[in-house]
Design a protein around this ligand. Structure first.
Ligand code: NCD
Ligand code: ZN
Length: 350
């Protein structure tokens, strides 16, 4: 048995408000606890998006009633809310800016719309960018020009990790995360239908995957980008992009530790220490995760807590399992059972 600190997932799509048939604050946080995650940072591309005072309250009131683990909620950059959001900064996980197209309505096409957010949003809370490839290069230039921290979501390409490495070497305040599916899956994966394979950023080449592993020291955090869509939606004529991941991230990474592709210290750094530092997350008192590093098991969607009903890792055999999660002195999860009640979760920004 190994004891880990409380793990933080800085990139989760909870889907509430608005799309609770995919997931809600209850099921998302059940998935988190079962995956050894004690705090989640929720993305703002809900329905409606979280982009002002009223919509932030909508998300936070649902979370207050239903969340079983700790949390904070991102606000989303729109064309004319830069000043309003800077006033909400301390109540938020951070500011999310969608610079490339993906699921949901939040998108800032025009570069002139980026500027007010870079100028206004307080520097002690990061701006998280969904920015792929050349858009990422533009985002990093903005960080340099306005001299403020940015965090790049879900990197997937060799050119991206190398650019971030170069930017860090020059003192630009950029950090980044990688999602497990970009470490363990590539675009030539077989066995998943095209609809199930849809995800943003898309799965990359084996050379890209190799480059991410070779440059793990450049990558600050592991983050799921847990993006649940139902099986029916994924198998429909217009499948939305996104994979669930909260419950499979830690087992997959423990399995990688078992295979000596990773050390436990690196895992703790990227799932606890770095996210706490980057996102200003206070230490969760009396909080830890016990894992059985030798338990072998098979991932099956039917055993997971997400409402979406599927996983891209169906049938994968992994070594490493979450046994118990203690959150602020209470057993929140033990041997497959969720014990924390809805509403036990706390807003880490409150
Ligand atoms: C995300 C979603 O479904 O909300 N989808 C995805 O493929 N990652 C949106 C996002 O994070 O880009
Ligand atoms: Zn996302």
């Amino acid at each position: 048995m190994i004891q880990l600190p409380g793990l933080i997932d800085p990139h989760v799509h909870v889907r509430e408000p608005g799309q609770t048939h995919k997931e809600d604050w209850d099921t998302a946080t059940q998935s988190a606890l079962a995956g050894g995650v004690t705090a989640i940072l929720a993305m703002p591309n809900t329905k409606p998006p979280i982009f002002d005072d009223a919509t932030l309250e909508l998300a936070l009131s649902a979370a207050r009633n239903k969340a079983r683990c700790d949390y904070a909620q991102f606000v989303g950059a729109g064309p004319d809310n830069a000043e309003a959001l800077s006033a909400l900064a301390n109540q938020s996980a951070g500011l999310k800016m969608y610079l490339d197209s993906t699921f949901g309505e939040l998108r800032l096409d025009d570069m002139s719309l980026w500027t007010p957010h870079f100028i206004n949003f307080p520097k002690h809370i990061p701006i998280v960018l969904h920015s792929e490839s050349r858009t990422m290069a533009a985002g990093i230039l903005f960080a340099a020009i306005y001299d403020r921290p940015i965090h790049i979501a879900h990197i997937s390409l060799k050119e991206e990790v190398l650019l971030i490495k170069a930017a860090k070497e020059r003192g630009i305040k950029v950090t980044c995360e990688v999602a497990p599916h970009h470490l363990f899956l590539d675009k030539d994966l077989t066995g998943l239908t095209p609809g199930r394979l849809e995800v943003r950023p898309r799965l990359a080449s084996q050379a890209d995957v190799n480059a991410l592993w070779e440059n793990l020291d450049v990558i600050d955090c592991f983050a799921t980008d847990h993006a649940p869509h139902t099986v029916a939606e994924k198998d429909s004529a217009s499948p939305p992009p996104g994979f669930p991941g909260l419950e499979t991230m830690l087992p997959l990474l423990l399995n990688a530790v078992n295979e000596k592709r990773l050390t436990l210290n690196i895992l703790i750094e990227k799932m606890h220490s770095n996210p706490c530092r980057i996102f200003n997350i206070p230490e969760q008192q009396e909080t830890y995760v016990e894992v059985d590093e030798n338990a072998a098991w098979e991932i099956r969607a039917a055993d997971l807590h997400s409402r979406c009903g599927w996983t891209p890792f169906e049938g994968w055999k992994v070594k490493g399992r979450v046994r118990r999660v203690v959150l602020r002195g209470q057993i929140a999860f033990e041997d497959g059972k969720i014990l924390a009640q809805p509403g036990y979760g706390r807003n880490i920004r409150a």
